[in-house]
Design a protein around this ligand. Structure first.
Ligand code: NAD
Ligand code: UGA
Length: 455
């Protein structure tokens, strides 16, 4: 292999994972972040304190730290040494003003200016953060017009990893997309060398703009698939059809395929809503209002899904006021500690506003609950935050299954014991279709599953 000197700027979910995985593959990687606190946590060597929880990540960090993997707050020095720079900073939704709804690119711009100032020699600047179309052009302009004599190659290399399986997704990706300018053979060759561990047929080259747009379309495509499943859940509940059966059979069509057709309480996470909003903004910018509406509707359906779940609880329990609800799961999906745009936040917020008392249970994200509801007017109605499903359900009127962590699966938790410890009638509201409704009813629970006929 041809070892590269890589600098990763931004050590969150993407930077932390990409940097560590590249180091695992033998490259010499320095990860930097403007948050000194994060860098200290990475350096500290205590996996419990690493800023990101991802299955398998701890082991790789501990194995490579100090050998091929380094964490530093000295961004200036790191940039000066780099051959390849990965820009992995956050690109949140711009919440107000001009460009509202699209990405806030201030961190990308800030980093580009730092690179322009400190880089030396011939350097690849790799856009890993998700950005709007034509961002590479802006980065290129900043680099060219502020550079200090270094020769820059701007590359788009969007990241497709999903949280919870990020390490595996990075090391064994479906594809690596490399967007370069047509005449930039140098950048193409360096990127291929960097990703030497990915089979050649999975390395896809495209022009920079196609590459940027592909990332937005990829997430938009996944969102539309989930939305298709969610769009029939209310219909299923009323008609006697079962959404799992329907989507299972639909997914067997080779042209459609089985993935991302799981109905439920709706998608969350840091990117789906943000990236779809940015796509909507882009389409409207080009006067493509009809096309934008497709994606606006998907976001509306997603919001409705969360709301409908709580409304169903309200009707089933007569009133939510004074009820004790065990919220199972707080992270936006299993196997991550990330709570950004988690459905749990909307659901818990609505439950609190209706006067319910909450017992929130999550194996990795429990520590984020207090911060999420710090300013909630009914925060004192969060009675318990725990990683113990039994403790959470004790004395509760209902379990609301929001995130399908393995510890909640019936093979890992004794639901007879849980049922016996609850107030009666004891309800299970299954937001992820994780339970066999009939078996839960046999135990004695009243059961509601999204998109399933109600008995
Ligand atoms: P994150 O918030 O977890 O991490 C971003 C990091 O960048 C933070 O640690 C922050 O301190 C750091 N940062 C911000 N400005 C900086 C600066 N000027 N200098 C140095 N560090 C700086 O975000 P993330 O989830 O890793 O996402 C990063 C980007 O990757 C986003 O554009 C996102 O859309 C995209 N993406 C995310 C995922 C995912 O699963 N999270 C997957 C694919 C793509
Ligand atoms: C998603 C994409 O899967 C990644 O390819 C992409 O790189 C990433 O966004 C990003 O750009 O940030 P992530 O959000 O980490 O990854 O996790 P997913 O597995 O996609 O799940 C997102 C949400 O959709 C979760 O809340 C999950 O519960 C929900 N989901 C997923 C469903 O409701 N149904 C499904 O069938 C699949």
């Amino acid at each position: 292999m041809d070892q590269k000197k890589v600098v990763v700027i931004g050590t969150g979910y993407v930077g932390g994972v990409s940097g560590t995985c590249l180091a695992e593959k033998g490259h010499y990687v320095t990860c930097v972040d403007s948050s000194e606190e994060k860098i200290e946590k990475w350096k500290g060597g205590n996996p419990e304190k690493f800023p990101v929880y991802e299955p398998g990540l701890d082991e790789l960090v501990l194995r490579n730290h100090g050998k091929t993997l380094f964490f530093s707050s000295d961004i200036e020095h790191a940039i000066a040494e780099a051959e390849i720079i990965f820009v992995c900073v956050n690109t949140p939704t711009k919440e107000e003003g001009i460009g509202k709804g699209s990405f806030d690119l201030r961190y990308v711009e800030h980093v580009s200016r730092q690179i322009a100032k400190y880089a030396r020699g011939e350097v690849l600047v790799v856009e890993k953060s998700t950005v709007p179309l034509k961002t590479a052009e802006r980065i290129g302009q900043i680099l060219r017009e502020n550079g200090n004599g270094a020769r820059f190659h701007t590359v788009s290399n969007p990241e497709f990893l999903a949280e919870g399986s990020a390490v595996q997704d990075f090391l064994q990706p479906d594809r690596v997309l490399i967007g370069t300018h047509a005449d930039d053979g140098f950048a193409r060759e360096k990127m291929e060398q960097l990703y030497y561990f990915v089979p050649k047929e999975k390395v896809v080259h495209a022009n920079v703009w196609s590459s940027e747009l592909t990332k937005l379309m990829n997430n938009a495509g996944l969102v539309l698939r989930i939305t298709q499943a969610n769009s029939i859940t209310a219909l299923c509940e009323q008609s006697g059809a079962d959404v799992t059966e329907v989507m299972h059979a639909v997914g067997m069509d080779k042209r459609i395929g089985p993935h991302f057709l799981r109905a439920g309480i709706g998608f969350g996470g840091s990117c789906f809503r943000k990236d779809v909003n940015a796509l909507i903004y882009l389409l409207k910018h080009y006067n493509l209002d009809t096309e934008a509406r497709l994606y606006e509707t998907a976001l509306e359906i997603n919001d409705k899904q969360r709301k409908r779940f709580v409304e169903t609880m309200h009707h089933a329990l007569f009133s939510l006021s004074g009820k004790e609800i065990a919220a199972y799961g707080f992270s936006f999906k299993p196997n991550t500690n990330d709570i950004r745009d988690a459905p749990s936040i909307t659901v818990c917020d609505m439950l609190l506003n209706e006067g319910a008392s909450l017992r929130i249970c999550d194996p990795k994200a429990a520590s984020s609950v207090n911060a999420a509801f710090e300013r909630h007017r009914y925060k004192e109605n969060i009675a318990l935050v725990t990683a113990d499903p039994y403790g959470a359900a004790r004395g509760a009127d209902a379990i609301a299954l929001i995130t399908e962590w393995d510890c909640f699966r019936p093979e890992n938790a004794d639901y007879m014991k849980i049922f016996e410890s609850m107030r009666k009638p004891a309800w299970v509201f299954d937001g992820r279709l994780m339970y066999d409704g009939r078996k839960m009813q046999e135990i004695g629970f009243k059961y509601y599953g999204i998109g399933r006929q109600q008995s």
